[in-house]
Design a protein around this ligand. Structure first.
Ligand SMILES: Cc1ncc(COP(=O)(O)O)c(C=O)c1O
Length: 435
């Protein structure tokens, strides 16, 4: 019998988990099977990544064919066709002006990579003093030192505080008094973006700021949806002061909002887009930064024998991940997954808001196939109720995650209405029983 001791689990209370491990054995479509044969519906698409459902045959076939042909090829001064094809393909589906793609292996690496690109860009333009980054409270951009610096989740920064990069943060757009049970985007609050100009730029000076980095929807913190017009206003302020705008689409990218990118959904063009997760349907690690031609071309600088950006990872553009991603983009297009997200969204919205009648529920928020159901926090023990609910939901056959006291609901794009109903039913039982 394998012991549970050696594996130090990430983002997990290890001592608690190991008292009663939740072990998954297999998966298919929208359903996991546990080691003891129980079915659990995937209410969080694995970890926001399995949009097309588990073990999609086209993705599995593409990966099998790839491992039998070319298992590994570096992208340092050699290459393989899969990485070039994938970059072309991503450029063709990204907003038009963004057509250069740098591959990494995760969302965290994408964030740190984009921050390096921003610093290098300003340096080449003779403005190396622009080295302050602006993130947002409750934002999540992974766990690299760049990502936690611009991130706004206190527990992720606390222990490492003295090592953070220079950063400041916009306030979160969350306003419980007016947004608690809003469906989709709040009508009011776009003017919260003005803080970028009125406080941040006024305090630090635009000339010192390298970039503003935000998630179009702050998903990891429990799904905080931007008020209508907020993102456009941020873009306008960035333009007025020549700040780079980076959208972290690690969760929203590749379909969750009903378009390939939330930048398209919200009709706002950033200078860089970060992606990861759904790009391979979670089947193999891959992330990246999609960069505007202008930034890319500025960075194509220096002697011909020198790499223009001294940056990259052994597994940047790994053949297996590229094969998985090419197959995933085919699946999204050929199987009409974006249309499916758009069709399912109104049903999903009504279903998740049906939980608003429960006493313990203090907010329900949603956009596309992402929702947060916030529970009343226990006095003096923020997060405990959410933590207990997450474990209980698993017993009731639904996989979810609980940032703080919010339960996240983000099913695969292929989920049926009846599976949505079953999951909502599981959430209802869970919330009623959660102490
Ligand atoms: C918006 C966002 N950015 C970055 C990350 C980090 O991605 P990874 O865990 O692949 O490093 C996440 C992970 O959930 C995320 O939600």
């Amino acid at each position: 019998m394998t012991s549970a001791d050696a594996f130090w689990m990430p983002f997990t209370p290890n001592r608690d988990f190991k008292l009663s491990p939740r072990l998954l054995a297999s998966a298919s479509g929208v359903t996991y099977q546990t080691v003891d044969g129980k079915s659990v519906l995937d209410g969080i698409s694995g970890l926001w990544c399995v949009g097309a459902g588990h073990r999609h045959p086209k993705i599995a076939e593409a990966m099998k064919a790839q491992i039998d042909t070319l298992d590994f090829a570096s992208s340092f001064q050699v290459g393989h066709s899969g990485a070039f094809k994938l970059a072309d393909r991503i450029a063709s589906i990204a907003p038009k002006e963004l057509d250069r793609v740098f591959f990494v292996n995760s969302g965290s690496e994408a964030c740190d990579t984009a921050m390096k690109m921003a610093l290098a860009y300003w340096r080449i333009r003779g403005q190396g003093h622009r080295n302050l980054f602006i993130g947002r409270e409750r934002g999540f951009h992974g766990v690299g030192f760049g990502g936690i610096s611009v991130g706004g989740m206190i527990n992720n920064r606390n222990a490492f505080g003295t090592s953070l990069l220079r950063s400041d943060h916009l306030r979160s757009t969350w306003e419980p008094a007016t947004q608690a049970f809003v469906k989709g985007q709040p009508e009011h609050g776009y003017e919260m973006a003005d803080e970028l100009e009125n406080r941040i730029i006024a305090l630090h000076g635009a000339d010192n700021i390298a970039a503003v980095i935000i998630e179009p929807i702050a998903c990891s913190t429990g799904v905080l949806v931007p008020p209508k017009g907020y993102l456009k206003r941020i873009r306008e302020i960035c333009d007025r002061h020549q700040l780079l705008l980076i959208f972290d689409e690690v969760i929203t990218g590749f379909g969750r909002t009903g378009n390939m990118f939330a930048s398209t959904t919200f009709d706002v063009l950033p200078d860089m887009i970060l992606f990861a997760k759904t790009v391979t349907n979670g089947a193999s690690p891959l992330g990246g930064v999609i960069v505007s031609r202008a930034i890319h071309d500025t960075l194509m600088y220096g002697p011909r024998h020198m790499a223009e950006l001294m940056h990259g990872y052994t597994y940047s553009g790994h053949p297996l991940s590229c094969a998985a991603a090419l197959a995933m983009i085919d699946v999204i297009e050929e199987e009409g997954l974006l249309e499916q997200v758009n069709l399912l969204t109104p049903y999903f919205e009504e279903a998740v808001h049906s939980l608003a009648d429960l006493d313990q529920v203090i907010s329900v928020r949603n956009f596309g196939l992402a929702a947060g159901i916030e529970l009343k926090a226990k006095q003096g023990a923020i997060g405990e109720r959410g933590f207990n609910a997450q474990a209980l939901a698993f017993k009731h056959g639904v996989l979810t995650r609980a940032p703080g006291d919010s339960l996240v609901f983000a099913p695969p794009f292929i989920t049926t209405r009846s599976q949505i109903d079953q999951m909502v039913d599981g959430f209802r039982k869970t919330i009623l029983e959660t102490a």
